[in-house]
Design a protein around this ligand. Structure first.
Ligand code: GLC
Length: 433
């Protein structure tokens, strides 16, 4: 029984703040129940028609995204630690089945390939059932969270080698210039597909059809190169050392350091993460603007566009507190950039290309997303910016409560946009208190 319940049970008069606490508790309970129902509705299990493998995962959205997406599944597993930790384990075990012997993990597994739905996606495949692209390596953090929630050593020992091999694959195949930052080779790989920061590399697409054409043109250039990542990067068609991706990479290495039982391996992961953070500072940090900017092309031209990535090094342990303070004080709390009524928009409101709406799937150009809010809220909380973290958490709960589990939301009006019944929005149940 909570204090508020006890007060009521003993006939005490609820003060205003007790009523608020009651309402807040009711909201959280309601969201947890709705998240449980959504994740159950998006749950898929069976045996694949290829290689007869058992799968058990949550799709991002029954209609728009019926397959197993990489970083979505990591978020689903994290949300499931609040609901059913056995399902969280199953989610990541299914995802791990997509790993290739060389360590690569695909951004989509087509457990039940549906040619019609697949035809609607822009895709590069490595087999008929696995994509040839990556997504941000959230899997180390997801395994850590599920391990902590379950205490299951067998799960940790089973997943750790798969995740470690993926991180080594990323280093060996996506960092040919050896600067410690890994590259993405097409917009989908960063998870923030249509972000305006990529516009110069894509010929400034005006809408989603333009973007799809630009991505297909990239794939056509890659076709003769097979799936050889080093040759693809050398071709310099779309190469981005992305701040969001590299922040998640560094954060993942820190998770691996905590997960491994071997102290020398742990030291190696910590040192590796430190090198990634140092490279972010050296190459991506703009000390005049006080934010981080992605590097475009093998020549590493800094983008000028201030997107949510600019704040992502906040999630990496060891970031200089003075740098963190500028990210928070100058940008996150700035009403001209990120402090909109429903923070935090995916692009700063004063940046070129900012669009708070979501015209025909032209995404990540302004709307607020729950996964980036979740990353930021935890990072802020852990750094002692407790009020900022609370504000983002409260705004996120209000959005989901009013509009349902949508893919993203208008940062001014809160209107839900694009897919409904969207899986990773269930992260709303895992914000810090
Ligand atoms: C969209 C998002 C991407 C996500 C996918 C499936 O393409 O931009 O990040 O993984 O949908 O939900």
């Amino acid at each position: 029984m909570s204090d508020v319940d006890r007060d009521k049970a003993t006939g005490g008069a609820g003060s205003h703040s007790e009523d608020d606490a009651d309402t807040e508790q009711a909201l959280r309970t309601r969201l947890l129940e709705r998240a449980r129902a959504l994740l159950a509705a998006n749950h898929r299990e069976g045996v694949s028609p290829w290689e007869g493998r058992r799968y058990d995962y949550t799709c991002p959205s029954a209609h728009s995204y019926p397959f197993q997406w990489f970083w979505d599944s990591c978020f689903h597993a994290i949300a499931l630690t609040r609901i059913d930790v056995e399902l969280a384990k199953a989610e990541l075990r299914s995802l791990a089945q997509g790993a290739r012997p060389d360590g690569f993990m695909p951004h989509i597994i087509f457990w039940q390939p549906d040619r019609e739905v697949m035809a609607r996606q822009t895709l590069r495949l490595s087999t008929p059932y696995l994509s040839a692209s990556i997504q941000p390596p959230v899997i180390a953090l997801a395994v850590e969270r599920v391990y902590r929630a379950s205490g299951d050593e067998r799960f940790r020992d089973e997943l750790l080698p798969v995740v470690a091999a993926f991180f080594r694959w990323l280093r060996d195949n996506r960092d040919p210039d050896g600067d410690e930052l890994i590259a993405v080779v097409q917009p989908d790989e960063s998870g923030v597909d249509a972000s305006p920061k990529y516009d110069p590399l894509l010929g400034y697409p005006g809408d989603n059809d333009d973007l799809v054409r630009a991505i297909n043109a990239i794939y056509a250039r890659y076709e003769p190169l097979g799936n050889n990542d080093r040759r693809i990067i050398a071709a310099d068609v779309f190469v981005v050392e992305d701040v969001l991706v590299n922040s998640i990479y560094a954060q993942g290495l820190q998770s691996l350091a905590r997960l491994t039982r071997d102290p020398s391996e742990a030291a190696e992961y910590r040192a590796w993460a430190g090198r990634v953070l140092a490279a972010l500072m050296e190459k991506c940090y703009d000390p005049v603007r006080g934010l981080f900017l992605d590097l475009l092309g093998t020549e590493e031209r800094r983008t000028e566009v201030n997107t949510i990535s600019a704040l992502f090094p906040l999630i990496v342990e060891g970031l200089d507190p003075a740098v963190a303070e500028r990210l928070v004080a100058d940008h996150l709390r700035n009403p001209a950039e990120y402090a909109l009524p429903y923070p935090a928009p995916s692009v700063a409101a004063d940046a070129p290309g900012f669009n708070p709406d979501h015209p025909h799937g032209f995404i990540w150009r302004g709307p607020t997303w729950v996964n980036s809010n979740w990353f930021l809220a935890h990072a802020l909380h852990d750094r002692g910016y407790v009020e900022d973290a609370r504000r983002i958490g409260a705004a996120t709960r209000a959005l989901v409560d009013a509009q349902g589990f949508r893919e993203c939301y208008n940062p001014y009006t809160g209107e839900g946009q694009n897919a409904s019944g969207f899986g990773w929005t269930s992260l709303v149940v895992d914000f810090p208190d």
